[in-house]
Unconditional design. Sequence first.
Length: 125
Amino acid sequence: MSVVDTCFLIDLIREDPGAIHFAVESPLLSTTSISAAEFLYGARISKRPGVIEAATAFLAHFPILPFDADAAALYADIAAGLRDRGDRISSFDELIAATVLRHGEEIVSRDTHFSVIPGLRVVSY
């Protein structure tokens, strides 16, 4: 199962052709609790009526992988390693990567900075 990041969720709901094509070709998609939080935050601060309800209903179509104690330990290793190399990315993306690695999956993203994380398989769309 592929794990989609926040930008994929946004692109899919905005009907980006690349995201739609990927979703059609790979129907077994999940996301992380961190991406779900980022996605819902964006919906919550939206000024348009009904967005939070639509975002919540949209997320219901994806299994959500939890950030647990094992992911926390992986996050610490990832963040410290990237810091030592001078390659830090956003903490949210490091948390997402740790969750994906903890569950032994690949991440689907158009964000190329995920490639700095050792062992993380990144699939673009």
